[in-house]
Design a protein around this ligand. Structure first.
Ligand SMILES: [Zn+2]
Length: 410
C-alpha cells in the first residue's frame, strides 16, 4: 500500500482554518497531491468529515525526564544511565501515540537523545522524529548543577558544567561530536528553576562563544531565559530559541520578531506548580500571591501581542517533571486558550506549522505537497475545541511518513 487517498476530510493544513470535503493523496511517505482533479488510484479512505491535521511537534522534549524533582538525587543520577534510555524509549512512544510525530530536544542525560534518534530511525523503537539535544550546559552551581560541594562526580549526567568562553566552546564541540543537534544553555533563573528570573547565569562572552561554536558547526542554541535581561542577552548573542521568556515585554517582542527567534512559553509546568501551591490560576482570578503566579499572569497577558507582532511561538513543555507527566502534551495547548485567550486555531498553528519550522527540517508541520505525510485523524474539530486532543480515543489514526502508526478504527 504505497498510495493512500484520504477523501471527505476536514483539512487543517497547519495554517488556515479547516476546509471541509478535502482530498489528500499520500505517496512515498509524503503528501503527493491536494484535491487532485479527476480519478486517483490508490487505497481510498473516506474520513467521513473527520479532521485531518499535521502531526504535532513537541518542541521542548526532555526524553529522560520521569518524575524529575520527586527524588533528592543529583540531576541525572536518579537512575542508572541505561535506565534513562528505557525512560526515553517509553516517552518517545508516548509522544508518538499522542499525535506528536516530531520532538525537539531540550536536554537529556547521558547522551540519550542522539541514540534515541538513531534507534527510532533504525526501526528498533517506535517514536517520533527527534532533534537530539545536548546536556544542560550550565555554569558552576547554577540551574541543574545541584551537586553538593563535596561531591566530585562526572559532569556528564544531566548537567555539564562550563565556566568561561573556552569551556563553553569546548563543550559545544564535544556535544556535537556526541550527536547533539541542539545546544541547551541556562542563561537565567526563573520559570520554577532555581533563583529568580532576574538572575543571569552566563556572561555575554560565554553565550557568544556558545552560539559561535554551535553555529559554526550547523547546530542551533536554545536557552532557558526567563527574565528580560536574559532575553535581551540571548538576542544580542544570536540564540535561536528562547525557552520560557516569562519576562517578555514590548522591547523583547519587537526584537524577537525582527530576529525570527523562536519562543516557547511552556506555561503548563507553571500552571501545575501554581495549582500545587494553591495560587489562583482559574479564569478571572488575577490576585496571584507568588512571583511565579505574577510571572504566569504577565506571560499570559503578552502572548497574544507577541503572536500578532510576528514572534514565532511554538509549543513544548517540561513534561517528565513531577506532577507533569509525559503524555499530557496536549494539556499545554489548552493553557494558552484558557488562560491567555489565544484562539485554538492559533495555538494549533504553534503546535504544527511553527513546530515544524522549529525542527529546522523544512518538511514537517504542514500539509502541503512535498511535505512528509506525518498526519493525525481527529474525531471532531480541535480548532474549535482544543481539549479534544487530550483524549487519545479521539485520535482516530496517526501516520508517520505515510505509514499508519495507529490505524483507523474498523
Ligand atoms: Zn526544560
Amino acid at each position: 500500500m504505497d498510495r493512500i487517498v484520504f477523501t471527505n476530510a476536514s483539512l487543517f493544513d497547519g495554517d488556515r482554518a479547516p476546509r471541509a470535503g478535502a482530498t489528500v493523496v499520500v505517496e512515498g511517505g509524503r503528501i503527493a497531491a491536494l484535491d487532485p482533479k479527476g480519478a486517483t488510484d490508490g487505497e481510498r479512505i473516506d474520513l467521513g468529515g473527520r479532521t485531518l491535521m499535521p502531526g504535532m511537534v513537541q518542541g521542548h522534549f526532555h526524553s529522560t525526564y520521569r518524575d524529575i524533582g520527586a527524588q533528592k538525587w543529583v540531576f541525572g543520577f536518579e537512575k542508572a544511565p541505561i535506565y534513562h534510555a528505557y525512560i526515553a524509549a517509553e516517552n518517545a512512544r508516548r509522544a508518538l501515540y499522542c499525535g506528536f510525530t516530531s520532538v525537539v530536544g531540550a536536554s537529556a542525560a547521558w547522551d540519550v537523545d542522539a541514540s534515541l534518534r538513531d534507534a527510532i530511525e533504525d526501526g528498533l523503537l517506535e517514536g517520533p522524529r527527534v532533534v537530539p539535544s545536548s546536556h544542560d550546559l550550565v555554569t558552576t552551581g547554577d540551574a541543574t548543577d545541584n551537586r553538593p560541594g563535596y561531591m566530585e562526580i562526572s559532569n556528564l549526567a544531566a548537567a555539564r558544567i562550563c565556566d568561561g568562553p573556552d569551556e563553553f566552546r569546548h563543550a559545544v564541540r564535544d556535544e556535537i561530536k556526541r550527536g547533539a543537534e541542539m545546544m541547551k544553555v541556562f542563561v537565567s533563573g526563573g520559570h520554577f528553576v532555581t533563583r529568580a528570573q532576574e538572575h543571569v547565569a552566563m556572561t555575554a562572552a560565554e553565550l557568544e562563544a556558545t552560539v559561535e561554536a554551535a553555529h559554526g558547526r550547523g547546530c542551533r542554541v536554545r536557552a532557558h531565559a526567563a527574565g528580560k535581561r536574559a532575553i535581551l542577552q540571548c538576542l544580542d548573542a544570536g540564540v535561536d530559541i528562547v525557552d520560557h521568556a516569562d519576562g517578555m515585554d514590548d522591547e523583547c517582542i519587537g526584537r524577537l520578531a525582527e530576529a525570527g527567534t523562536f519562543v516557547l512559553p511552556s506555561l503548563y509546568l507553571p500552571l501545575c506548580m501554581l495549582q500545587r501551591m494553591g495560587d489562583p490560576v482559574e479564569d478571572g482570578k488575577t490576585e496571584y500571591r507568588t512571583d511565579g503566579g505574577r510571572e504566569f499572569a504577565h506571560m499570559c497577558s503578552v502572548l497574544g501581542k507577541a503572536d500578532a507582532a510576528g514572534v514565532r511561538i511554538a509549543t513544548g513543555d517540561d513534561f517528565g517533571s513531577v506532577g507533569v507527566p509525559h503524555g499530557d502534551y496536549a494539556k499545554e495547548l489548552e493553557v494558552y486558550v484558557r488562560h491567555a485567550g489565544i484562539s485554538p486555531l492559533t495555538v494549533l498553528r504553534w503546535a504544527t506549522r511553527n513546530g515544524g519550522a522549529l525542527t529546522g527540517w523544512g518538511d514537517v508541520g504542514t500539509i502541503e505537497v512535498g511535505k512528509r505525510a506525518d498526519l493525525v485523524v481527529v474525531d471532531g474539530d480541535p480548532t474549535s475545541d482544543i481539549t479534544i486532543l487530550q483524549d487519545e480515543s479521539r485520535l482516530h489514526a496517526i501516520l508517520k511518513g505515510g505509514t499508519f502508526v495507529k490505524p483507523l478504527p474498523t
